[in-house]
Design a protein. Structure first.
Lengths: 154, 154
DNA sequence: TTCAATTGAATTGCATACAATTAAATTGCG
DNA sequence: CGCAATTTAATTGTATGCAATTCAATTGAA
């Protein structure tokens, strides 16, 4: 690539992904508003609907979020009545996140969400799946980097 | 897709893109720190290196950011000495953003950035290009939606 | 057992993001 | 011209995100 081309905005994969991520979040906004959830709260609920009564640490690993983001977000979900935050009796350092009945009930109303957003996005499901596979591959390529670098022999 | 599968985190294209975007930003962080830029400031400088003396509105359209984000960010870049913020004499509503000499000089030091980040990401350039093309397509599919919906006949 | 090292969550500080509103400047219609 | 509608930034309020630090609980080695 030409020296100058390398710094053009339209040649930055990072920017394409960054901009896309933000637009997608905006697409979810009106749909999630009906459920009383923000986008980050929504993916947190998705994780919990699959498996709850988990520590903040485990939740953070599944969502790629740290306690700085999750602590206030989970307090908010607790205030809204969707989760309970309970200290683990056998290890008081850990905070277990459990769905409430209302939290579990919310799942019923969430089943429509993906389809509603799909309809807004004018893209066939097969294309979206391709994108997902590529993103997952890219994620695998970059996410463990830090950990690997640390264990590199010197 | 099975009813329950549709809400699984690993099946959400939105989550794959969202998580990827965040990890990529983290990859840039240490590299950009040497230049004294955050990620958002960096893409703003990329846009300005291509074309400066533009209004906040035009910059926002190219970066998909609004004045709520750009106003404080541009003030920061001004404080750092990389840009000047000048009211357009012929239309006082507009604020023109111009690179300073220091801002233009910074470009020289930025040429290394993409390669440095590539090296951290263990992915061939051809794969990254494929990702970029797909993201750009997806962006085209979803971004104009709102505008189109407004002009739909009733 | 004892205490230093580690672990997990919370906190702090800073930088986004964006919806909604506000305020100033400009435009365009009558 | 005169003023309502529009346009552009800035502001306000809320919600992330994350690096770095702190604090309490637990673990593990001597």
């Amino acid at each position: 690539m030409e020296r100058d081309e390398s710094l053009k905005l339209e040649n930055q994969t990072c920017f394409a992904i960054y901009a896309c991520a933000k637009e997608i979040t905006k697409l979810y906004h009106p749909v999630l508003k009906e459920l009383g959830l923000t986008y980050t709260q929504y993916i947190t609920m998705l994780a919990l609907w699959e498996r709850d009564r988990v520590s903040v640490k485990e939740l953070g690993e599944r969502l790629y979020l740290d306690s700085g983001t999750l602590t206030p977000l989970l307090k908010k979900l607790e205030t809204q009545g969707f989760v309970s935050r309970i200290r683990d009796r056998s290890d008081e350092r850990q905070l277990l996140i459990e769905l409430t009945d209302a939290g579990r009930a919310l799942k019923e109303r969430a089943y429509d969400v993906p389809e509603k957003v799909f309809c807004q996005a004018g893209m066939p499901a097969s294309e979206l799946m391709k994108v997902r596979v590529q993103m997952t591959e890219l994620m695998r390529a970059i996410h463990p980097v830090a950990a690997v670098a640390e264990t590199t022999p010197d």
